[in-house]
Every structure is written in C-alpha cells, then in structure tokens.
Design a protein around this ligand. Structure first.
Ligand SMILES: Nc1ncnc2c1ncn2[C@@H]1O[C@H](COP(=O)(O)OP(=O)(O)O)[C@@H](O)[C@H]1O
Ligand SMILES: [Mg+2]
Length: 385
C-alpha cells in the first residue's frame, strides 16, 4: 500500500519498530544477558542507537513477563532528584496509588518518603516520590542504599524478573563521584533476579568507570555498539522510499548514508528531510537533487547554531577543524598538512584536537578523526575559510 502521508524516517527520538534497522545480533545478546540477570554495560558515542536498542530489549522482556524500568540518569539536576526519580519509576512499576505508598514505606527505612498520586485524566495516573527530609551527605548515602535495593525487593515482592535500564549512566559521576558507583555496585551484585543495562554516551568516561580500580570493574558484560552496516542502512532507505510510494533514484540511499557519515541519527535525519522535500514538491520520484535541497535547507536552519559553535573555538581549533573536514587521509600531524592549513606545530595541533574531542565536535574513528555531526562538517566545508 502506498502511504504518502506519513514520513517513514524518524530521528531525534527512540526509533519505533517500523524504522528500526538491523541490530539483530545486538538485540539477541542484550535480551539474553538481561534475561540471565546480568549487569550489562552498553557503550557508544551519542546518537548511535543505544536508547532505541534498549527500548526494543525492554519490550521483549516485558512480553516475557518481566517488570521493566527505564531512567535517564542525565536528566536529573542533583543526586537526590535522581534517587527520587529512580524510586518513582520503580514504584510505578510496582503498583499505583495507595499500594505504592505502603510498599515504599516498608522498604525505605532511612527516610520518610512522600508519595503523591495524581490520577490521570484518562488512563493511569502518575506517581510522585520525594524525600523532603534528606539533607546531609550521610542522609543521602543511606537513602541511596535503600533506593538501590528497591529493584531486588520488587522482584521478590512480585515474584517476577525485573529489568532496569539506566540510560546516560556516565552522568552518575557528576552526583557524588565514587560513592554512587560504589553503592550501586554493592547493591546490584546481590540482585539475582534483576538484569541491568547501564548505557553510556561518553565512551572514554565509561571505559574509565570499568577500569581495574573502580567499583564496576568486571561487574558484567560490556557491549560496544558500532554503526549499523552501511549496506543494510542503504537497503532500508531505498525500500522505505519505495514503500511510501516514492521511486528512489538509483544511488539515493547510498548517497544519504555516505553524506551522513553512516551515523544512525544523521542518516535518518537526511532521509526524513529528503522525503519531506519530495513530498513538498508533490512528486513521486526521489532524486539526488532532493537530497541536496534538503541538505541546503538543513544547513540554513542550523546556521545560527553552527556560527555559535564556531565562535567559541580558538583560531587554532578552527584551523584544525577545517583540516579534519578537508583532509581525507587523516595525517593531520604531517608537516605537509600542517603547512597547507597553517596549523602550527604538532603540539598545537594535538592540543586543538584534544579540545575538539572534549567538546564532542570530532571523534576518533579507527585511526582518524571525523566530525561527529555531518551537517556541521558540510557547514564548515562550505561556509568557513
Ligand atoms: N536501529 C536503528 N535503526 C534505524 N535508526 C536508528 C537505529 N538506532 C538509532 N537510530 C537513529 O538514531 C537516532 C538516535 O538513536 P538513539 O537510540 O536515541 O541513540 P543514543 O541513545 O545512542 O544516543 C534515532 O532517533 C534514529 O533516528
Ligand atoms: Mg540515548
């Protein structure tokens, strides 16, 4: 059936099943590990598809009868706020309303929990948990021990498997440094009916967290999520254009994946915007020219943001960023490249590269640097000098 009303490409949110590509082996492995109550670490740069993969794995586990809980650690502004949000997510999995309150009272001995229940206008309402009495670091540490024990209590009380996903887990480091890691590790290792997935978007932080002297050392299997194989992504794009009633010009899918640097988010974004371009012109053929129009429009929309990024960079960083964009072979430290782009000495180049990596603008991909955001890469290539 042709459906030209609905864009089949999705970006900026967890992908729904219909726009989910590949990850067959990864999904199977993650589900298997979670079913075995392992503590899994899932690592990749942002926008590779961790949250989307987790969502699918949790859906499978829910179908198999597990209780699942998902919390994004980076969305909280303090340690206590995180503990409140985490407790709330767990309570919501346990029950609604009055039962939740009783349950939380029983299991949290260290702090008086306030549980509010706001009935929804339609369907189930929302539970709110707060710990107003918790002030000192000692209070917080005690509370953390109780909250981190909740998943195990939940599994016991309900006689069900529990799966907990803590997304953007690297943000835990901002709360209380080592003590959070310690408390979390101590709690989870005894929970034999609870599978955990700790997902992190800053690979270097996450790898350090798993190092020999840290609490999570050897706590569980580590999955490093790679990009989706380009040929599968290309086939998916061409097929979805066709299925939505647009005939893709040969090579369109490949051009999109290439231009997007095969970053899943960027691939879906370019495909989505190209599809809109074709539909906006009321045509049935999706051409390379539509892709270029979409790219031009996106660059214009992002112009202000890219200018702001550019202005925050030092001159040395700007020159190095341009060299990363313009040099394919990656030999940024060679005398030849440094002279051509007026980069200065090797140590200047290295310092600039390090700053750009820290700012998440470039990343090391195998043995060379690439610009993380493919639109920024195109903008730098076209609009800077
Ligand atoms: N398996 C997938 N198939 C197709 N697109 C994907 C897939 N995983 C991620 N994406 C694309 O990447 C975007 C970011 O995915 P997300 O799961 O939020 O990444 P992360 O959690 O690693 O930052 C999604 O909105 C979607 O456009
Ligand atoms: Mg995510």
């Amino acid at each position: 059936m042709f459906d030209v009303t609905q864009n089949p490409f999705v970006y900026g949110e967890v992908v729904p099943a219909a726009a989910f590509v590949d990850r067959v082996a990864e999904l199977e492995r993650l589900v298997g590990d979670l079913a075995a109550a392992q503590k899994v670490f899932l690592i990749s740069p942002r926008r590779y598809g961790k949250s989307s993969l987790i969502r699918r794995a949790l859906a499978v586990m829910t179908r198999r009868g597990a209780l699942t809980v998902e919390v994004t650690v980076s969305s909280f502004s303090s340690y206590v706020a995180f503990l409140e949000g985490y407790a709330r997510a767990l309570v919501a999995a346990e029950a609604t309303g009055g039962r939740a309150r009783t349950w939380l009272r029983e299991v949290i001995g260290s702090a008086r929990a306030e549980v509010r229940y706001a009935p929804g206008e339609s369907g189930p309402g929302a539970v709110f948990v707060s710990f107003p009495g918790v002030r000192s670091d000692r209070d917080i540490s005690r509370l953390a021990v109780d909250v981190f024990a909740l998943p195990g209590r939940l599994a016991e009380a309900r006689r069900r498997k529990v799966v907990v996903a803590l997304d953007e887990f690297q943000a835990i480091g901002g709360f209380n440094g080592g003590s959070v890691e310690h408390a979390m590790r101590a709690a989870v290792q005894h929970q034999r009916d609870v599978g955990y997935v700790f997902a992190g978007s800053e690979p270097s932080l996450m790898e350090r967290m798993l190092g020999p002297k840290r609490p999570f050392y050897k706590a569980g299997p580590v999955m490093r999520l790679e990009k989706i194989p380009a040929d599968e992504f290309v086939a998916f794009i061409d097929a979805r254009f066709a299925r939505s009633g647009m005939r893709p010009e040969p090579g369109l899918g490949a051009a999109i994946v290439e231009l997007a640097g095969n970053l899943p988010y960027d691939v879906q974004r370019l495909a989505h915007e190209t599809w809109d371009e074709v539909r906006g012109r009321g045509r049935r053929r999706a051409a390379l020219d539509d892709l270029h129009q979409a790219l031009k429009r996106l660059l214009t929309e992002q112009q202000m943001m890219f200018e702001a990024v550019w202005q925050r960079l030092t001159l040395a960083q700007r020159a190095v960023l341009r060299a990363v964009v313009l040099e394919d072979d990656g030999g940024l430290l060679s005398a030849d490249v440094r002279t051509r782009h007026r980069l200065g000495g090797p140590s200047t180049v290295q310092a600039a590269l390090a700053a750009l990596v820290r700012g998440d603008l470039i990343a090391r991909d195998a043995d060379r640097y690439t610009v993380v955001d493919s639109l920024l890469r195109e903008w730098v290539a076209r609009r800077t000098f």
